[in-house]
Design a protein around this ligand. Structure first.
Ligand code: GLU
Length: 293
């Protein structure tokens, strides 16, 4: 029997919800409701320098005002370091993670020496310098030993996807040089610990999926189904963010904000109460065929 549907919304508390993040919140809630499943909220506050004090509570208030109530009390990643450490320990014991001494500059120099200079604006793939050991240098970060080969999966909206993580990303960071847990490790450990069967999130996160599949495989964890939702763009054509003019949601009129978010998902404007609209959108929800059902 397949695991019962469990979905989640996993905001980083870097500011209040805006029109863009509400699309992902609404989509994950509707998908859970339509599948008769549970919907959880996880505050992803591991990247502490980017977090803003009080943004977590504000996000929870905004969700509540929009009628999006989690089925269990929210969890905070900052309280879950023990789980991430245990996962890293398992990977290290299995020879699947290793310490890395490289600074960003050294990585760029190594890539240039291999004739693969980093292109502007691109994250540099790790050239594998510390794969065979630190050679007397001090460990800074921990990396996953990524196996060769192309990862294939199907996104419920975007269709068939693939990425050669070893070639395009390389051995990626699990614990950062500043001691903070990397998003990839925290999200994979938490999705498994919370028995998440369906990940629904913004399309800006789609290119993390292959890394997360690789990490799930390394840890022997199940793969959820994936659905990446359309992005709301700012005036500059980039994903809407505080930097390009996103305003916090107007809680005086949550139905209006939700109606805009629903429109991004191809759903129709509805009259009546907030509850009526949420019920109608659940019935209208178009993303039914999924690899995880
Ligand atoms: N915390 C991430 C963000 O707000 C989302 C992570 C996820 O949904 O996998 O961008």
């Amino acid at each position: 029997m397949p695991a019962p549907y469990t979905g989640r919304f996993a905001p980083s508390p870097t500011g209040p919800l805006h029109a863009g993040s509400l699309v992902a919140a609404l989509a994950s809630w509707l998908d859970a409701r339509r599948h008769g499943g549970r919907w959880l909220v996880r505050i992803e506050d591991v990247d502490t320098p980017r977090c803003i004090a009080g943004a977590d509570r504000e996000i929870l208030r905004q969700l509540a005002a929009c009628g999006l109530q989690p089925d269990e009390p929210p969890v905070w990643q900052s309280a879950r370091g023990g789980l991430y450490q245990a996962a890293l320990d398992r990977l290290v014991a299995a020879g699947q993670a290793y310490p890395c001494a490289c600074s960003r500059k050294e990585i760029e120099q190594a890539l240039a020496a291999q004739g693969r200079p980093r292109r502007r604006g691109e994250e540099a793939p790790y050239p594998g310098t510390c794969r065979q050991g630190l050679r007397g240098r001090a460990a800074r970060a921990w990396r996953l030993r990524v196996p060769d080969g192309t990862v294939h999966w199907t996104d419920r909206r975007l269709g068939p996807q693939q990425q050669d993580v070893a070639r395009e990303v390389g051995d990626f960071v699990l614990r950062r040089a500043d001691g903070l847990w990397a998003y990839q490790l925290a999200v994979v450990v938490d999705d498994a610990d919370q028995a998440i069967t369906h990940v629904v999130r913004g399309e800006d996160l789609a290119d993390n999926t292959a890394r997360q599949l690789v990490l799930q495989r390394a840890l022997g964890l199940p793969h959820p189904a994936w659905l990446h939702t359309p992005l709301v763009r700012g005036a500059d054509g980039e994903k809407l963010s505080k930097q390009n003019g996103a305003q916090p949601l107007d809680l005086a009129d949550p139905l209006r904000a939700l109606t805009d978010a629903a429109g991004m998902l191809g759903l129709h404007a509805r009259g009546g109460s907030l509850a009526d609209a949420l019920r109608a959108w659940t019935a209208e929800w178009p993303f039914l065929q999924s690899t995880g059902d």
